[in-house]
Design a protein around this ligand. Structure first.
Ligand SMILES: [Zn+2]
Length: 326
């Protein structure tokens, strides 16, 4: 896609390069945004409370899924506080201890290195890795990361943001239902019924997205970090991530110049920002290419209103406006 230009790229634009340097500190603080609000972030998850199976979910989309599928038969604890960017989560000793006794940990290997390590050490026999339930997409091509640092989770070789494809997420729902049914056979029927209902909701969402994005005058989406590979793949969009798979990786001046060039070529009208990542880099790019900014939510954290489904529908509406879909 952009391999040619990334090899030949030069820092053509001094103001863009200087801005990138000034912004390094801002983006590094992205993980702290809004880190104080909300629920208690899952201290100790006890094995079972009131006959409910204890389920530990690593991050919001998985927590939403586990709550839907687990229903009244399970007590779901989230490891990531609302408003916290999940990629670089650190676990407290209490949270790690909780993994020893929880009934099932639901996670995606490759999103949160701290969770991957704790699961391996403390819950390897009671873990459901959603990435194993579907065929994941390969990680963003190496060329697109030219000059970046800090891509910890690329060692898995796949893109972990699979919840952004509702069709794959429906498969995860079904397999999670089976896994919970096996862990808690007395309530197997309930898990399977709720998994089927959740998968049906996700399939309906998939159809809405497919229909809503079928006829658009542009297919290029410039995003803060490359979270939307699954959405792009499923609905035939072309993602240009300013950062790679990890939102904390600072884009190099060369990368910013490259993205600006591609955005101009593609006549991009909107540069997408995220709720939990500083919009500064995206704002500078938008100014550079004469575009607006709009929020596209990677749903990595609990939305301030609604849930996974409503956040995805909001994303559809945002994309329809930005890409002039009919
Ligand atoms: Zn991400």
């Amino acid at each position: 896609m952009m391999s040619e230009s990334s090899r030949r790229i030069r820092i053509r634009n001094v103001s863009l390069a200087a801005s990138a340097a000034l912004l390094a500190a801002t983006t590094a603080c992205g993980a702290e945004v809004g880190s104080t609000s909300g629920d208690s972030p899952g201290g100790a998850s006890s094995a079972s409370t009131d006959g409910k199976t204890a389920v530990t979910a690593a991050m919001y989309p998985l927590q939403w899924l586990a709550e839907r599928v687990g229903g009244p038969d399970s007590a779901v604890t989230g490891l990531t506080k609302p408003g916290v960017e999940p990629h670089d989560l650190e676990l407290s000793p209490i949270q790690v201890g909780g993994l020893e006794t929880t009934g099932l940990v639901v996670y995606i290997r490759g999103v949160q290195p701290a969770v991957d390590e704790a699961v391996e050490q403390h819950a390897a026999d009671r873990a459901f890795d959603a990435a194993t339930a579907v065929t994941p997409l390969p990680a963003v091509a190496e060329e697109e990361h030219h000059g970046e640092e800090g891509h910890d989770h690329e060692e898995t070789g796949y893109d972990p943001h699979l919840w952004l494809d509702p069709a794959r997420f429906a498969t995860v729902a079904t397999k999670l239902g089976e896994r919970l049914a096996a862990a808690d056979p007395a309530h197997a029927r309930g898990y399977r019924d709720r998994a089927a209902a959740t998968a049906a909701d996700l399939t309906a969402l998939d159809r809405e997205l497919a229909k809503g994005l079928a006829t658009c005058s542009s297919d290029a989406i410039v995003t803060s970090h490359a979270a939307f590979g699954y959405l792009a793949d499923r609905y035939r969009l072309h993602q240009i991530g300013i950062s790679g798979l990890d939102p904390d990786a600072e884009p190099s001046p060369a990368r910013l110049a490259e993205v600006a060039k591609v955005a101009k070529q593609e006549k991009v009208t909107t540069i997408f920002t995220e709720t939990l990542v500083s919009p500064k880099v995206a704002e500078i790019l938008a100014q550079e290419v004469g575009a607006k900014t709009a929020v596209l939510d990677p749903v990595e954290s609990r939305p301030s209103n609604g849930d996974y489904l409503s956040a995805m529908r909001q994303n559809l509406s945002t994309l329809q406006t930005a890409l002039s879909c009919s």
